[in-house]
Design a protein around this ligand. Sequence first.
Ligand code: ADP
Ligand code: ZN
Ligand code: ZN
Length: 733
Amino acid sequence: MIYQVAVPTPLDQVFDYLPPENWMPYPLAVGMRVLVPFGNRVLGGLIVAIQEESDCPIEKLKAIRAVLDKTPLFNTEELALLQWVSRYYHYPLGEVLDAALPSLLRSGKTELVKKPTQRVYSLSPQAREFTLETLPLKKNTVQHRICSLLWEYSEALSREAILQQIPTAAPSLSKLVGAGWLIEEVRERKELLETFPQDSPPELNPDQRAAVTKITDSLDKFFPCVLDGVTGSGKTEVYLQVIAEVLTQQRQALVLVPEINLTPQMLQRFRQRFPVNIAVLHSQISAPARLQAWRAAQSGTAQIVIGTRSAVWTSFANLGVIVVDEEHDLSYKQQDSLRYSARDVAMVRAQRTNIPIILGSATPCLETLYNAQQGRYTHLSLPERAGSAAHPSVKIVDMRQQPRQLLSKTLHQAIKQRLAEKQQVLLFMNRRGYAPTLTCYHCGWVAHCLACSANLTYHAQPPRLECHHCGVVRPLDIVCPECQHTELHFLGRGTERIEEDLQALFPEARILRIDSDSTRQKQKMQGFIEQIHAGEADILIGTQMLAKGHHFPQVTLVGVLNCDGGLFNVDFRGSEHLAQMLVQVSGRAGREAVAGEVILQTYHPEHALFQHLLQQGYPAFAEIALQERREANLPPYGYLALLRTEAENFEKAVNVLQAAKMELNIFSDIELWGPVRAPMEKRAHFYRAQLLLQSVRRDALHQGLRAVMPNLRKLANAQKVRFSLDIDPLDLL
Ligand code: ADP
Ligand code: ZN
Ligand code: ZN
């Protein structure tokens, strides 16, 4: 027998090997990892096929050195999906497999050495002498709640599980241990989250019921659908009830979310609903714990997997449904190495597995809406908010009347009123730092990154200049390096400066700034969310981190300070992304009893995007945007691929793309744009160029790429030019 092995090398091919000498213990199968000699190295790889013959003369073949698995890591269906991914993204199969595996199984690594551990708490014998009622602790205190949780649910609970239920439990836990009521131990980490089933499903409204019925009627076939519902319309409830049905059939569910730490409520709801094992997969989880979660899904021990983008690669024993929540979210697309879209891969996976897939969003992306219009996806809509909340009112404020103000009179007044009524205000500004520009009025100098074609942003906490593209940090200039003038000025406002200005305007208000700087430390975000829920903040200032998925019942006013950047974005998707963002932030307003209000500040109130979006809603906006795409043969009416290069000078970067163009020119169905300098010409000392490929036929585009990619990889390699291919690029930057 000849074993075809995919190894992680840039060469897009598989290699033939003989079995290990005198191999007896168990039959080798497709999907097992092996170590193989490769050139003068030994590499880890995966068996992808077993054949009787090889194209190579048999005496030239080498033998497999070692076999790493006793059972396959992927079943044949999953392997076929990964092979499809390799073909579709024109990415070497060996590297696709490596990207799809948990890091501890990559590159021939052997299974984990150290078991992950966690701190667990249980009631001490001393405590067990009492009952929950007679326990000498004050009722309704955190300490008492912790004890009752332990009484109610199990012998021992992990620290994580307790904090999930009682976020402020940390200090009380150590006090209870100190007082001898609890025992703290370090135990091997359980593979899965503890669940706390305690809520029963609500009665669905008619739209939800219709959606759930349509999906559960189609559990045994490929059933792609869009769950199109405004924020708060009860989409999550639909996922839960569909999954409940899937679980009764002993099948598993995969739920993809854009960023797990932004959706703790989602996780919480799953844990409270289902008495099953839930595995969580995202980048903040340690490698051993991820491997455990992955194994649990593979063996069928975990019935539900909730995870971010890369969870789409999880191997399942018996997958029954896939949910992609906030399917329009950009974070589903990986922006380096294997540039896949987890949503699109999930779609293909569902199709190959013959199961339903639910794409949920308040603002489905244009491709998805188009697929629904074409009848490829079933369109399920939830037009009304669940519960009592009404749609928020939206007002546009013309800033030309009051230029350069942080707050228009309207917004200022509205904030004052909400503060007086003890409601929360959310202000949105998608720019972190203090000021985006430091300049000298005397000579016109601007603080610039030496490595990138970009300005440096001034950050006040701690004081520094930072490049948001390459991350370089340097001290603040005190004198102008050009003219030695000592008076430098900050232009523009980021979240830090807005926080400062607002504090001056509303000295009494408790202000919380939430951006990637203020939430860099682990658990910080969770802490902020708890503060908001506890009503310990009056004004929230946030970047788009805050626009997604959250449910803050006390926020009744949302202010968008300035969104004009998005109106004139060079990227053809700019307006789509802006519209989605505006709808998403607006969705944060008034999710419960009090009606919400949204105020948008702009210098372009007459812009068509606002007119369509605000007067007629997202579907009307999408209709017009689709029209424009159709006229320009842009996605979903045409297909794009972007070749990018980076080199130490622009010449070299362009040369490789010039060569690509020469080779691609013979494919008459592909239009070529460029090569041109990338919109951001230089990043981290590298000069960047790009060549855009466009075609109205997807197969033609891929055929051309298939023909030229091997040569281009070699050429780029030889020229020491960084080279990448982005299929279905989301931005052209
Ligand atoms: P979405 O996922 O669309 O934002 P959710 O499923 O989170 O919406 O629902 C919003 C709120 O309405 C939640 O608090 C949820 O518990 C509640 N809810 C959802 N469906 C119902 C229903 N049928 N009856 C009562 N409350 C519901
Ligand atoms: Zn100067
Ligand atoms: Zn830089």
